[in-house]
Design a protein around this ligand. Sequence first.
Ligand code: CMP
Length: 139
Amino acid sequence: MTGNITFTMIKPDAVRKGTTGAILNDIIQAGFKIRAMKYVHLTQKQAEGFYAVHKERPFFGELVSFMISGPIVVAMLEKSNAVADFRTLIGATDPSKAEEGTIRRKYADSIAENAVHGSDSDENAHIECGFHFSQYEII
Ligand code: CMP
C-alpha cells in the first residue's frame, strides 16, 4: 500500500533565484496539501545528517556545501500516492532529463543544483519529515 505523505525541500538555488513562490504554487496546484513548512538555513552537521545515506558518494561534499550555501524551505506534503506523484511532478534528478513542465525542468540548472528534493520512498518520507519537524509543527 502506498502512503499519503512526502517530504520536500526547495533548495538554495531555487530560493536564490526567487522561484520559491512559483514552486509552492505548482505543488499546491498539483493537489498537495501542506501539513508543515519552515524556512531554514541548515548547518553543516544538519545537512550531513540529512544526506547521510549519500556519504560514500563522490558528490557528497559538493552536495553538503551546496545545501548550506543559503536558506531553504522544508515541507511535509499530503496527497494520495504522495511519493510517486511528487516525483512525477518534480521530474528526473538531472533537469536536462526531466520531462517538459516538471519543476526541475522549469526551475533547475544542473544535477547538483536541482531546485527541489522529493522523498524516494514512504519509509524515507517519514524519516525525513521526522528529521525536520516535531509533532507540534505538523497540522
Ligand atoms: P536529491 O533528490 O536531493 O537527493 C540527493 C541529491 O544529490 C540529488 O537530489 C542531487 O541534488 C545530488 N546529486 C545526485 N547526483 C549528483 C551528482 N552526480 N553530482 C552532484 N550532485 C548530485
